[in-house]
Design a protein around this ligand. Structure first.
Ligand code: URA
Length: 209
């Protein structure tokens, strides 16, 4: 599958396994998601531009590299995206943040937008969209459709888990958007849940079920 980055690092896989377990508490699920997001941030920002600045160590002057975190926008798809957002922000604290509120119509499984708030000057920024589950792909496609209207420099999509159906849908609609994921599971069920998956990510993060 082109343009899909499967993050197979042992730490990522280990934490994901713990999160999948049905007995994982809300507290540990949230903590693990946070840690996983930090590790995934490492992968997804690998090609970020760096610039040279002059600094002084206690011993001498040197030229050293820094990133411009402000050029990066993490766009969280509400509400489950917040779980990944926190971890990513702890690694790139200078990043800007956008939110897209989308809910899945339970009958049609299509995405309905109820909120959209982005930083200014999006054409100058690289966007990383975060949502733990890329399932039908409908929310991801709707989010990327809307973001492209603002003309950002680039868009990447980060999820914890996906399935062949979700990848196919997003790649068909937006072949230019790379997908970063910790696992590609077997399939979707009739309700749009990923199997074997980890259940409803939002409910598990917020303890709402
Ligand atoms: N959203 C979830 O939270 N879980 C799934 O399995 C699919 C979509």
């Amino acid at each position: 599958m082109g343009n899909v980055h499967l993050i197979e690092h042992p730490l990522v896989q280990h934490k994901l396994t713990l999160m999948r377990k049905k007995e994982a508490s809300t507290n540990s699920f949230r903590r693990l998601l946070n840690e996983l997001a930090m590790l995934m941030a490492y992968e997804v920002t690998r090609d970020m531009q760096v610039q040279d600045i002059e600094i002084e160590t206690p011993l001498e002057k040197m030229t050293a590299k820094v990133i411009d975190g402000k050029k990066l926008v993490f766009v969280s798809i509400l509400r489950a995206g917040g779980g990944i957002l926190d971890g990513m922000l702890s690694v790139v604290p200078g990043a800007r943040v956008g939110h897209i509120g989308l809910y899945r119509d339970p009958k049609t499984l299509t995405a309905v937008e109820y909120y959209f708030k982005m930083p200014q000057h999006m054409h100058d920024r690289d966007v990383i969209v975060v949502d733990p589950m890329l399932a039908t792909g409908n929310s991801a496609i709707a989010a990327v459709d809307r973001l492209k209207e603002l003309g950002p420099k680039s868009i990447k999509f980060v999820c914890l888990l996906t399935c062949p159906e979700g990848i196919k849908a997003l790649q068909t609609a937006h072949p230019d958007v790379p997908i970063y994921t910790a696992a590609i599971d077997r399939q979707l069920n009739d309700h749009g849940y990923i199997l074997p998956g980890l259940g409803d990510a939002g409910d598990r993060i917020f303890g709402t079920k």
